[in-house]
Design a protein around this ligand. Structure first.
Ligand SMILES: [Zn+2]
Ligand SMILES: [Zn+2]
Length: 264
């Protein structure tokens, strides 16, 4: 892993969510969006979990009954998860949809489903590296989730290139440093309304050229890391960035993505 990136302890997770997690900025991220479902993963990759949640360490905990973002924060502090995500689906009614009886992949046929943010997840592990090989090679060596700066810089460049290509078709973008690579969110109305088949085509097309995770773009994986949450595998804050910032962004140095427990 790049220098300084490491797992966060439970105490560090607590400190971050109690003292720093910026609810106002999270609220800004979701402005104009209602009925968002959140999820948490207690300790699947780090193996670090509160004793009372040992049995659900690998599970995805769904949070859909929070009052407001302060309520979401309370859930996070209760579980101290290694990762927090949100569901990119837009729902007219979460409660009704939770009882709709559809399989997770059938959202497009549910009458409470309004669409899904189109997203591109560019990950360093999907970069073929001259030092560490391709993803299969890395998995073999149990390096599947670690990455190096060669891979990071490639992903950073590819994020900018992919945006340039996408901007011929869409106009409303947001960029996020995910703790590993970058996410591009496309919020144009037509992007959100894109159907399942069309998304599969989009995913297939761009996965050939860019290190994207096709499951995210196709909508099969509809969760995406929550901006301003702590990525506890690397001890970095997942932060929105503007395009100009991405060009030189370095997660080893940029304080914007440092939780205060690292800033001693
Ligand atoms: Zn439904
Ligand atoms: Zn590498």
């Amino acid at each position: 892993m790049p220098k300084g990136m490491r797992y966060s302890t439970l105490e560090e997770r607590r400190e971050y969510y109690e003292k720093e997690f910026p609810l106002k900025k999270v609220a800004e991220w979701f402005e104009g969006r209602e009925n968002t479902v959140f999820t948490m993963i207690p300790g699947r990759h780090t193996g670090i979990v509160l004793p009372e949640y040992k049995d659900i360490i690998n599970n995805t905990v769904v949070v859909d009954d929070y009052e407001d973002l302060e309520g979401l924060r309370e859930y996070i502090i209760q579980y101290l998860p290694e990762g927090v995500y949100y569901d990119r689906n837009l729902y007219s009614d979460i409660e009704a949809c939770s009882k709709c009886g559809m399989e997770p992949g059938d959202c497009w046929n549910c009458k409470y489903f309004l669409g899904q943010e189109l997203a591109f997840d560019l990950d360093p592990e999907n970069v073929v590296c001259p030092y560490h090989g391709n993803i299969e090679k890395k998995m073999e060596k149990h390096q599947g989730l670690s990455f190096c700066m060669y891979e990071f810089k490639t992903v950073r460049r590819k994020t900018l290139e992919l945006h340039e290509e996408l901007s011929r078709e869409y106009t409303e973008f947001r960029f996020v440093y995910s703790g590993r690579g970058f996410h591009i969110h496309v919020l144009d109305r037509e992007a959100i309304k894109t159907g399942k088949k069309e998304r599969e085509k989009i995913a297939e097309k761009w996965a050939k050229k860019y290190p994207i995770d096709p499951w995210v773009t196709s909508g099969e994986m509809r969760l995406i890391r929550l901006p301003y949450s702590l990525h506890a595998m690397v001890s970095r804050i997942c932060v929105p960035l503007n395009l100009e910032k991405i060009k030189s962004f370095d997660p080893r140095k940029d304080r914007k993505c440092f939780p205060s427990f690292l800033k001693v």
